[in-house]
Design a protein around this ligand. Sequence first.
Ligand code: ASP
Length: 318
Amino acid sequence: MTFRHRHLLGIEPLHPAEISTILDLADRYVDLNQSTNKRSDALAGLTQINMFFENSTRTQASFELAGKRLGADVMNMAMQASSIKKGETLIDTALTLNAMHPDLLVVRHPQSGAVNLLAEKVNAAVLNAGDGRHEHPTQALLDALTIRREKGRLHRLTVAICGDIAHSRVARSNLILLGKMENRVRLVGPPTLMPAKIAEFGVEVFDDMKAGLEGADVVMMLRLQRERMDGGFIPSEREYFHRFGLDAEKLAYAKDDAIVMHPGPMNRGVEIDGTIADDINRSVIQEQVEMGVAVRMAAMDLLARNLREAQAARGVMV
Ligand code: ASP
């Protein structure tokens, strides 16, 4: 097994073999999660703290369940209600938590780079659960696992990522991962929602859904990230749906067996038609959620192994 990292802060530092290692282990956890005995002791004795400075439904629940199934003591910090509101800095909060000796810290923060900064200050293994518009590595990994299981491979596929690319950490982590695994990535959306210099990432850029979806194996839709917009990026939601919302007519341009993905939360009728999202023959949105638990179990398991190894090397028994 190759995975030589102390933290999981992004997809950027990962080697393709490390991505495969995580996905292979996650496949085993999918089987465990589908069985009646969902327990393993991979994290027994370890403490996992989830710190979410930004709202989350799926990711927080998924990390909590993943930790519990692996036998960790899991604590959710209610960051909205914590001292942060009283003006304590991120670093002070981190140092306070560090003194409680957590082994795994799962962190979501609205500012890009905040999680990397925090990782420098604590002894625990840090997992980035989404920082600003920077990275959301476990989302890209769970998307990769979903694609690999659905398509039987994770290379030489045409993947169209559509919508609000500029504000999306999901798009960023996904395009890095899919590029590393040698797929063809297309970004589709209005020019106002396309980051500057994006073509440098080796992707193709489209502002027309039909052209962008032509022959695609995977269609990944993104939410309009209004909380990160500070102006009028789109004329109106109705107009946006008309041009960029995924409906049956636009999906018909993709391959007949193309799958439809969405990281959630979904805005039905804005970026995706509800009937497409619910179409069990095309949509793998629920499967993405299922893969999320398994991928997070795999990531925490691998980080814990490295943690135990490093501590053993220092002569500390864990
Ligand atoms: N849940 C994903 C994220 O945290 C996508 C989204 O919020 O639209 O980035």
